[in-house]
Design a protein around this ligand. Structure first.
Ligand code: C2E
Ligand code: MG
Ligand code: MG
Ligand code: MG
Length: 282
């Protein structure tokens, strides 16, 4: 019987590897269905301007609402999505949802006209030949002002295919779309990239913000990154701000923006408007 045959074949493979292969395949099939049925939701985390003390915008962070496993975080499925190419459909879906949502929030009467939305994009999407067409379509469909859209990319995106990426980033800039280098300081940072690519802001990785007040050596890095940003005409955003002490330090270093659990965890879309109207000043 087929079942017996299948069992017999197990002995040929390393059972550990076999289990892992099955698991990846399971996630892959699961993900395919999730994309078809749109099982994803977007959470939003506020970004605070340290000059005004007000909410300047939100970062869109995807979650997978799995029918049996519950809420799954991006770190647990984005890598598989990248491997299988499903990431493109997912990225486009997030972009569209976030832009549509921003348009709704901006129309609200209370101080929301200038809100921005930041969306994380993977390298794969940037290198799709129809990427700019997709972006234009989303802007057209959702009627957002392109200057309120911010795209977050990591250093690895740039490393992969720098000439092509440079052209695309330039075309995004012409559309007034903002570009943020995410997780700055991790990965294969090369400062020479910064003047080749037209970034509007550097987002200092939370690992540096986290250890900022531990000791003198760690303290040195955050001010250095903030002054690199300033000297190149880019804004500095600190991510992972969890304590008042970190916030005070960042303010005194003239960091422009901050986000983190101190202000709010990422929240589901239906709670955003309440958040905006109840907490407006830090
Ligand atoms: P990221 O863009 O660097 O996002 C920041 C992550 O830090 C988020 O995790 C956020 O929930 C978490 N975080 C925010 N504030 C704090 C804090 O104060 N303390 C700590 N410890 N963590 C904080 P999340 O939502 O699990 O996202 C993880 C990563 O997944 C993101 O890192 C981003 O690279 C990726 N990701 C999220 N959404 C998308 C998406 O729509 N598309 C793609 N391609 N990647 C995404
Ligand atoms: Mg990000
Ligand atoms: Mg980040
Ligand atoms: Mg990060």
């Amino acid at each position: 019987r087929a079942k017996d045959l299948g069992r017999a074949r197990y002995h040929v493979f390393d059972p550990q590897m076999h289990q892992e292969a099955i698991k990846t395949l399971e996630i892959e099939n699961d993900l395919r269905r999730a994309v078809e049925r749109q099982e994803f939701i977007v959470y939003y985390q506020p970004i605070i301007s340290l000059t005004t003390g007000q909410i300047s915008g939100f970062e869109a962070l995807i979650r997978w609402l799995h029918p049996t496993k519950g809420l799954i975080h991006p770190t647990d499925f984005i890598p598989v999505a990248e491997e299988t190419g499903l990431i493109n459909a997912i990225n486009v879906w997030v972009l569209h949802s976030a832009c549509r949502q921003l348009r709704i929030w901006q129309a609200h009467p209370v101080r929301t006209k200038n809100l921005t939305i930041s969306v994380n994009l993977s390298a794969k999407l940037f290198l799709q030949s129809d990427f700019l067409v997709q972006i234009d379509k989303i802007i057209e469909q959702t009627q957002i002002n392109p200057s309120s859209l911010e795209l977050e990319i990591t250093e690895t995106v740039i490393m992969q295919n720098s000439n092509e990426i440079k052209t695309i980033l330039q075309q995004l800039k012409e559309r007034k779309i903002k570009l943020i280098m995410d997780d700055f300081g991790t990965g294969y940072s090369s400062l020479s990239y910064l003047h080749i690519f037209p970034f509007n802001a550097l987002k200092i990785d939370k690992s540096f913000v986290n250890r900022m007040l531990d000791n003198q050596a760690n303290m040195g890095l955050v001010p250095a990154m903030i002054s690199i940003a300033a000297s190149m005409g880019m804004a500095a955003i600190a991510e992972g701000v969890e304590t008042e002490a970190q916030l005070e330090q960042l303010k005194s270093l003239k960091c422009d923006f901050a986000q983190g659990y101190l202000f709010s965890q990422p929240i589901p879309q239906h709670l955003v408007m309440d958040f905006i109207t109840s907490k407006t000043q830090w």
